[in-house]
Design a protein around this ligand. Structure first.
Ligand SMILES: CC(C)(COP(=O)(O)OP(=O)(O)OC[C@H]1O[C@@H](n2cnc3c(N)ncnc32)[C@H](O)[C@@H]1OP(=O)(O)O)[C@@H](O)C(=O)NCCC(=O)NCCS
Length: 220
């Protein structure tokens, strides 16, 4: 089986390191390569890099699995749909250095970095991206395509909506809901429910604007 890491930027190279650690233990993939539709074909960080079209022409869907390695939730959703539409499966990559409760579930396509804690009763949706130092405490759920940047802390019994983004070191109080497609800014402390489609920042977190662009990273 081939593992394609979709995205060869920073998140892609970090995901590659985790995938190689997993592969050293499990031997799950014969080859790991980058898929990138923007950067030129060639080599990247010691791996082959090709476009998605080229992959489709060269590698049948039953011989490759794909992990999305981009940090923008809207892009994660779009790329996952493209991958599934062509018949490929989404692959989860969970670092062996993450602490994941056996009483939690992780759906296909999720990436879990080293140093992540996922407690009992948690439900991690498909295609989530969970970076280093994140804690998702007992009985919390992350919606599909959502992203937790490094250091995010989600207390118990929280509900994070689909395609939400939680910025570096944000904290979410127990029993709190964050609506789908909302963004929690870096360092925010979320004390009460956040509706869908907004950006909140600060301590305590307050709405600063609507997430009309559906984009976290606005500068090229
Ligand atoms: C919340 C965020 C998405 C807002 O980005 P944006 O829409 O481009 O907003 P702007 O930068 O125009 O900021 C708008 C206002 O909010 C303030 N603001 C932005 N982010 C803030 C934050 N995290 N905490 C407090 N205030 C913040 C800005 O200072 C600005 O205030 P002003 O109008 O008084 O000047 C962004 O600041 C953020 O936190 N991104 C997450 C980054 C991250 O986690 N990166 C990890 C990569 S692995």
């Amino acid at each position: 089986m081939i593992l394609g890491i979709y995205g060869s930027g920073g998140a892609g190279r970090e995901t590659k390191d985790i995938a190689e650690t997993v592969n050293a233990i499990t031997g799950r993939w014969e080859q790991i390569l980058f898929i990138d539709d923007v950067a030129p074909a060639g080599a990247r960080a010691g791996l082959e890099r090709i476009g998605f079209k080229e992959l489709c022409g060269r590698v049948p869907p039953d011989t490759a699995v794909i992990t999305i390695a981009v940090g923008e939730p809207a892009d994660r959703k779009k790329l996952a749909a493209r991958v599934l539409e062509k018949g490929y499966r989404l692959e989860s990559i969970v670092s062996p250095l993450a602490s994941v409760s056996p009483d939690s579930s992780i759906s296909p396509g999720a990436v879990v970095y080293p140093g992540v804690f996922i407690g009992p009763g948690c439900v991690i949706g498909g295609n989530c991206f969970i970076m280093s130092g994140v804690a998702v405490c007992h009985d919390s759920a992350l919606g599909s395509h959502s992203v937790c940047a490094c250091g995010v802390k989600i207390a118990g019994n929280c509900l994070i909506g689909e395609s939400a983004y939680l910025g570096l070191n944000a904290c979410v109080k127990e029993k709190t809901t964050i609506g789908g497609e909302s963004i929690v800014g870096m360092g925010a402390v979320v004390m009460s429910d956040v509706p869908s489609g907004v950006i909140v920042c600060g301590i305590p977190a307050c709405i600063i604007k609507n997430n009309t662009e559906k984009k976290v990273f606005k500068k090229a």
